[in-house]
Design a protein around this ligand. Structure first.
Ligand code: FAD
Ligand code: PHB
Length: 389
């Protein structure tokens, strides 16, 4: 079997790329280690930037999103019971966030690709990448029924997330890794609870950070800063709700939090990671395979989709004009936006966790928050980074 492009991984990066190049007439195959049911129900991110939505619209894949997603243009900060809002949409070109769960994006992308005759092999295992430095790499894998498959290709798109095999197939001497552990852990909670807010809430409390994020009219995402090393099982439902009530509470207000059944609970260790360059020979890394970012600022899924479009354009150019300029600049083009998002996320991490690092950083966090609460210029800069330039 020979295909122009083999896409390893059917997350937002791999599926966006597959649809993009399919619509440019470039043939590809997608290899995914999990089942279709699993990838279509894996709840993770939920905030799409306008740039991601505009791209999905241009591919004709945004109908369900545009019909159902909530639009958001403001977020709220709560500091020891006092609150202020930043109306970022008003401050930055009326741009808004779209609240649409990642698994719904994945469903739309799988459906779009299959409707146009796309080839996705789910539940594959033992994926191996060979001859990446040659002009004809090959990929071998084991299918669900145990048979071995092999495909020769021009390019491999490594979209298999942080723990996948693609980045590991690159000799370590060819890569530089940048990583940072933020010294903070969050318990990420998904609950069958209607949102108690119209805007994302970032709450700073002496017990630690709490976040109330949005997913749908019946499901909400919450985050609780927990002591480093905590296990999710240490947090009973009662303990979670008590902490959320306490940390999100407002003085002099009738605001209340609606509880619901906890569907999922997991500890996130806040780590940032970037590998440079994002390519080796005929292998190009996209999304979490090349970089991970803390959830703070909601950039991860959007960066993955941006890599896909950048690589998709480079491939379309290569196959229509023979130019490899876009392929050569792919890594630098993506890394500029990746590092900008990392910088913003790090800035926010330091602002919303008063106890990271040292008491000195605690005071800096307080000064940063006071500046954000009181300065229109500082809010405008926040808005530019938050909703995307
Ligand atoms: P993934 O979604 O990880 O997809 C990789 C795919 O590759 C998976 O389907 C995997 O099964 C498959 N795979 C792995 N190994 C192999 C293999 N060997 N062979 C074949 N297939 C393989 N981002 C935001 O923008 N906004 C948010 O609000 C946000 N919140 C988040 C909340 C949580 C709790 C988490 C965990 C993440 C959040 N993120 C958020 C980050 C976002 O989910 C990721 O950045 C995004 O999923 C990256 O997409 P991807 O396609 O690069 O990787
Ligand atoms: C989320 O929806 O999970 C989310 C939103 C905003 C953030 C972080 C996470 O800053």
């Amino acid at each position: 079997m020979k295909r122009a492009v083999v896409v390893v991984g059917a997350g937002p990066a791999g599926l966006t790329l597959a649809n993009f190049i399919q619509q440019s007439g470039i043939d590809c195959i997608v290899l995914e280690k999990s089942s279709r049911i699993h990838v279509e129900n894996r709840a993770r991110a939920g905030v799409l930037e306008h740039r991601s939505v505009a791209m999905l619209e241009s591919l004709g894949l945004a109908d369900r999103l545009l019909a159902t997603a909530d639009r958001h243009g403001a977020c709220e900060f709560r500091v020891n019971g006092q609150s202020f809002q930043v109306s970022y949409s008003d401050l930055y070109g009326s741009l808004q966030h779209f609240i649409y769960p990642q698994q719904e994006v994945v469903k739309d992308l799988v459906a779009g690709f299959l409707a146009n005759g796309g080839d996705i092999r789910f539940s594959v295992s033992d994926v191996e990448l060979r001859n990446l430095a040659s002009s004809t790499p090959s990929i071998v894998w084991t299918s669900e029924d145990g048979t071995r498959g092999e495909v020769l290709c021009d390019f491999v798109a490594g979209c298999d997330g942080f723990h996948g095999v693609c980045r590991k197939a690159i000799p370590s001497t060819e890569l530089t890794e940048f990583s940072h552990y933020h010294g903070v852990e969050w318990l990420a909670i998904l609950a069958d609870a209607p949102p108690s807010t119209k805007a994302v809430i970032y709450a700073l409390h002496t017990d630690g950070f709490a976040g109330h994020m949005l997913r749908s009219p019946t499901v909400s995402r919450f985050y609780l800063q927990v002591p480093v090393g905590t296990k999710a099982s240490d947090w009973s439902g009662e303990r979670v709700w008590n902490a959320l009530h306490k940390r999100l509470s407002l003085q002099d207000s009738t605001w209340s939090l609606t509880e619901g059944k906890i569907i999922e609970k997991r500890v996130l260790d806040m780590r940032s990671y970037v590998v440079e360059p994002m390519s080796y020979g005929r292998l190009f890394l996209l999304g979490d395979a090349a970089h991970i970012i803390t959830p703070v600022g909601a950039k991860g899924m959007n960066l993955a989709m941006n890599d896909a479009v950048t690589f998709g354009r480079a491939l379309a150019d290569y196959y229509t004009t023979g130019s490899d300029v876009g392929l050569k600049t792919y890594s630098d083009d993506c890394l500029r936006r990746v590092w900008r998002a990392q910088e913003f996320s790090q800035w926010m991490v330091n602002m919303i966790h008063a106890d990271v690092g040292s008491p000195f950083f605690g005071r800096l966090a307080r000064a940063r928050l006071e500046h954000l609460a009181s300065s229109a210029a500082y809010q405008a800069s926040f808005a530019e980074n938050y909703v995307g330039p």
